[in-house]
Design a protein around this ligand. Structure first.
Ligand SMILES: Nc1ncnc2c1ncn2[C@@H]1O[C@H](COP(=O)(O)OP(=O)(O)OP(=O)(O)O)[C@@H](O)[C@H]1O
Ligand SMILES: [Mg+2]
Length: 449
């Protein structure tokens, strides 16, 4: 028998006992330290700024209107976590603008519910059932605001609505409120960059709403410097900056060509049968420091003689990406034509679109000096109540109602794309008033238009 076998078989000595005990104690202490560190890391009372904590009092809606990156989503997620873990709510609705936003922001995002929950409290996420279940049995179900019917029927005792001012259909909010009928004190936390939509205005006026306002700068310490730089550079000093950075609800800009109320009053949730559908494109120009977005807006002309703005596919894209987005918009809406500005790109613009689908019918327009003039007859169509937006197109509408052609210089990209699409359609509709104002604009612009 060798010595190793002998020692294995022999009884542990007192000193080995003591060493094992010490190890166990150390491990236990380490576990406790780790648990304490984790508890601190996830302690929202400790990290939150005072105005990020759910207010006391008898509010029905806690409306957080704040600039980009203020910590709106984090505050919403922490409020839901607090409700679920404390047992204050057992059936919670989580609603964001699209299904992707619900998943990528509210549930799985960096400030979303899974990321802010310590392991011991973390709910189980079942994407196929759109459901989070906490260890204590509380359940949250996710909904996409672009499918309002999802919210028809289910009942809840609490809800979180993220970016409410950007939801496409007001009906989603109505259905959410109708379903809030469980428990004795149903509550909603709304976290949104403010826009003066009818829903936000109503909420601000309601006595049961608790309002919290905030600026991007309030959370500067927790924002990635690249994000802060990019967003500040984009909006600082602009009218929209007051909304996007300072969280202000903007009134109509007196110099703008469009009014919020005009767009809101004519809005519809569904387009009728359409005679023509056009995709307007204002391609990004990399040399332009103001903006490098590509405007891509789809509009149609109804058999009823009215115009319908159907979709906004705009964004910051490489040439390959925007060409694909244009083709997608064309296909999704079964459009009959693409109208693209070719001021800087010349034939390259049409060529770029055709690299994705060489059969796309593309017409190019050259309108460098005439953007404001070109936009005027289109804004007249709106004043006459002849243009309806199908659902809401928040960023496009922000640009339409903020841009003052006299004061702000160049028109925003989404507005340009809208104007190209509607001008093309108006050309085929030829209403007397449009034809008159458009020909006045053409006269002023010759020869480039
Ligand atoms: N009090 C806080 N302490 C530490 N980090 C915070 C705090 N508040 C917010 N954050 C962090 O700041 C970042 C931005 O927060 P969040 O995404 O909630 O902002 P937001 O207002 O929803 O932004 P967006 O306008 O882009 O939707 C996130 O990483 C979030 O976790
Ligand atoms: Mg957010």
């Amino acid at each position: 028998m060798n010595s190793t076998a002998a020692s294995t078989n022999s009884k542990p000595s007192r000193s080995t006992d003591a060493a094992a005990e010490l190890r166990a104690l150390k491990l236990e202490k380490l576990r406790r330290l780790e648990a304490a560190a984790e508890a601190q890391r996830y302690d929202w009372q400790r990290h939150a700024r005072a105005d990020q904590l759910a207010p006391s009092g008898a509010w029905r809606v806690w409306l957080i209107l704040a600039g980009r990156g203020w910590g709106k989503t984090r505050s919403g997620a922490e409020t839901v976590r607090g409700w679920a873990v404390s047992g204050a709510a057992k059936r919670i609705a989580l609603v964001a603008r699209t299904a992707a936003d619900v998943r990528d922001v509210i549930v799985e995002g960096e400030s979303g519910i899974l990321a802010i929950s310590p392991a011991s409290e973390r709910p189980v996420w079942e994407p196929s059932r759109r459901r989070l279940t906490w260890p204590n049995g509380a359940i949250a179900t996710t909904y996409s605001a672009d499918v309002p019917d999802q919210l028809r029927g289910p009942q809840h005792d609490a809800a979180w609505a993220d970016e409410l001012a950007a939801w496409q259909y007001p009906d989603a909010w109505t259905q959410l409120l109708l379903g809030l009928r469980l428990g004795s004190d149903p509550r909603v936390v709304v976290t949104t960059t403010p826009r003066p939509t009818p829903i936000i205005r109503d909420l601000v006026a309601a006595s049961t709403t608790h309002i919290t306002r905030g600026r991007t700068a309030d959370n500067a310490a927790n924002l990635a410097p690249q994000f802060l730089d990019a967003i500040v550079r984009r909006y600082e000093g602009t009218r929209l900056g007051r909304q996007e950075l300072d969280g202000e609800i903007l009134d109509d800009n007196p110099g703008a060509l469009w009014k919020r109320s005009g767009i809101d009053d004519a809005r519809v949730s569904k387009a009728p049968d359409l005679r023509r559908i056009v995709v307007g494109v204002d391609p990004a120009v990399t040399s332009n420091a103001k903006s490098d977005e590509t405007g891509i807006v789809v509009a149609g002309l109804g058999y009823d003689g009215r115009f319908y703005v159907l979709g906004d596919y705009s964004g910051r894209y490489t040439p390959d990406q925007w060409a694909s987005r244009v083709a997608l918009a064309y296909r999704e809406h079964r459009a009959d034509k693409v109208v693209a500005e070719s001021n800087q790109g010349g034939d390259l613009v049409a060529q770029n679109i055709r690299t994705v689908d060489r059969n796309l019918p593309v017409a190019t327009v050259h309108a460098k000096r005439g953007k404001a003039l070109r936009a005027e007859p289109v804004s007249s169509l709106y004043e006459q109540g002849r243009v309806s937006h199908v659902g809401s197109l928040p960023t496009l509408e922000d640009q339409m109602t903020a841009w003052d052609p006299a004061g702000d210089g160049e028109s925003p990209d989404r507005v340009d794309a809208l104007v190209y699409a509607l001008s093309e359609l108006a050309g085929s509709a030829q209403p007397a008033s449009y034809a008159a104002s458009a020909s006045a604009a053409r006269g002023a612009l010759r020869p480039s238009w």
